[in-house]
Design a protein around this ligand. Structure first.
Ligand code: GLC
Length: 495
């Protein structure tokens, strides 16, 4: 890992502490205490951000991690809904409405939701604290939220949840929504304003139904089965099943969650997997049109347990490690580098159109680990660390230069703490796992060179530092180490 690991850890701690918001809300007299994503751009509580913050906080202060989620769950509604923004502080309400395209369900919270990272965060916090009373408290509203998704957001009963507007995906301005919102990526200077106009048109269609999710989907103006959302959802259902058993809920309820998780995973494979292109596509509209834009979402089923091993291998070999797509100097870019809409340098000033994000890397890291790609996961952490070292604790990063973009001192970039700890544990307690190594395939046009992964017969034995002049991107990174096993195959490694 980088020489500056300790510095990055202290930076992450500083941001988590500086971004803390505390007080008593005039809304309901409730106390709030949470980490906001950014003091300047996002001083409110956000749904999936808080889940990521709790995971990072776990390594610093378990009480604050528990409190982060408890604070969020104070905004859970009686029907199960959890909003994507909670405006605890009255003084920020006007700015929030002006700045963000949001429909408020209530003066203090929005009418849309976000990917349900919550279950994963609860599992992370509980695994360390073993606090059963806290688990009991947070499980109730979380279970209700997952049931709300099932009953309200899956009107065609295909086990895939539909979102009603781009913000619900968490990747708001991703080019995967361009066609739906009328955005022309060939005019980068107009992308951001076109997105706003597209959102205005969508909200105009929604005007009379505003907060009634069920009706919004019937309008079919934005009825979108998103692969990343559904992967996070299926992963969450499975984690909840385990937590329900631990908390001694009725076995039938736990088993039901497990079954729903498997059904969602299978629906992703049946309906979204493209055998020819080796990618999972989002489905749009009631006629479920695949949206064939290659973004990091297309790789997300990698986070799911029980994935077909052939699919996993193809996602990793053909996309994740493809240097013409996702395996850039500072991966994982939010959009594949060979997509025409790819905007690595944030020229459009619109998010999730090319730069790399630490929350995406966090999920994919754990997905890789789950399938035994430990060395690739290690390499991903090394590069993420180097990226933050160069770009600072920013919101997102240029995947070629690591220049930081968006908000400075951004909350979930602190997930690097969990990644560093995970790598330290892996290295200090090596587990008997399948050993995979990265091979660069010879030949081909420069941009087409890509890597594939193969199972190494022997564990990594030796290590050497790649020459700075190495043609491979990895070789150009400071602090990067590469190794060979005894058969002389190149292995990327963070060890
Ligand atoms: C942006 C992101 C969203 C995130 C929010 C706060 O709107 O698209 O995913 O939750 O910022 O960080």
């Amino acid at each position: 890992m980088s020489m500056n690991t300790e510095f990055i850890l202290s930076e992450a701690r500083r941001v988590l502490s500086a971004n803390r918001q505390e007080g008593v809300s005039r809304w309901n007299g409730k106390r709030f205490s949470f980490v906001c994503p950014s003091l300047s751009s996002y001083p409110f509580q956000w749904f999936w951000d808080s889940a990521f913050h709790a995971i990072a906080l776990m390594h610093l202060n378990a009480d604050l991690a528990k409190q982060e989620l408890q604070c969020l769950l104070q905004a859970a509604q009686p029907d199960g809904f959890i909003p994507h923004m909670v405006l605890w502080q009255e003084q920020h309400q006007r700015a929030a409405e002006a700045e963000f395209k949001i429909t408020l369900a209530h003066p203090y919270f929005t009418a849309t939701t976000q990917p349900p990272v919550l279950a994963r965060a609860i599992e992370c916090v509980f695994e360390t604290t073993r606090d059963f009373a806290w688990l009991e408290e947070v499980l109730g509203p979380t279970v209700c939220f997952f049931k709300w998704l099932q009953t309200i957001r899956d009107p065609d009963n295909d086990f895939l949840i539909a979102i009603v507007q781009p913000d619900e995906s968490g990747v708001d301005v991703s080019p995967k929504f361009d066609a739906l919102l009328g955005i022309d990526y060939r005019r980068p200077d107009t992308v951001y304003s076109a997105w706003h106009s597209g959102m205005d048109r969508l909200f105009a269609i929604y005007r009379d139904s505003r907060t009634e999710s069920r009706k919004l989907l019937q309008l079919d103006a934005f009825n979108y089965e998103d692969v990343m959302f559904n992967s996070i959802y299926a992963d969450g259902l499975l984690r909840l099943a385990g937590l329900l058993r631990t908390a001694q809920y009725p076995e039938a309820e736990a088993a039901e969650f497990e079954l729903w998780s498997a059904r969602t995973r299978d629906a992703l494979i049946r309906k979204c997997w493209d055998e020819q292109r080796s990618a999972f596509w989002d489905l749009s509209g009631s006629d479920e049109q695949p949206q064939k834009i290659l973004t990091s979402s297309c790789l997300f089923p990698l986070i799911l347990k029980g994935m077909d091993s052939n699919i996993v291998r193809r996602l990793v070999n053909e996309h994740l490690l493809n240097e013409a797509e996702f395996w850039l100097p500072f991966p994982i870019p939010s959009v594949a580098a060979n997509e025409p809409s790819f905007d690595p340098a944030f020229v459009t000033r619109a998010i999730f159109r090319g730069p790399s994000w630490v929350n995406i890397n966090w999920y994919l890291y754990w997905g890789l680990r789950q399938y035994g790609y430990d060395d690739i996961g290690g390499e991903l952490v090394t590069r993420t660390l180097n990226m933050i070292e160069r770009g600072g604790m920013c919101e997102c990063f240029d995947p070629y230069t690591a220049e930081g973009f968006g908000a400075a001192d951004f909350g979930w970039t602190a997930l690097i703490i969990d990644l560093i700890e995970a790598e330290r544990n892996r290295i200090s307690k090596p587990q008997k796992s399948t050993h995979w190594c990265i091979e660069t395939l010879p030949g081909g046009r420069r941009g087409d060179r890509f890597r594939r992964v193969r199972k190494a017969d022997t564990p990594l034995l030796a290590r050497c530092t790649a020459p700075r002049s190495s043609a491979s991107w990895a070789g150009r990174l400071e602090g990067h180490s590469r190794g060979t096993n005894e058969k002389g195959l190149n292995c990327a490694s963070a060890r």
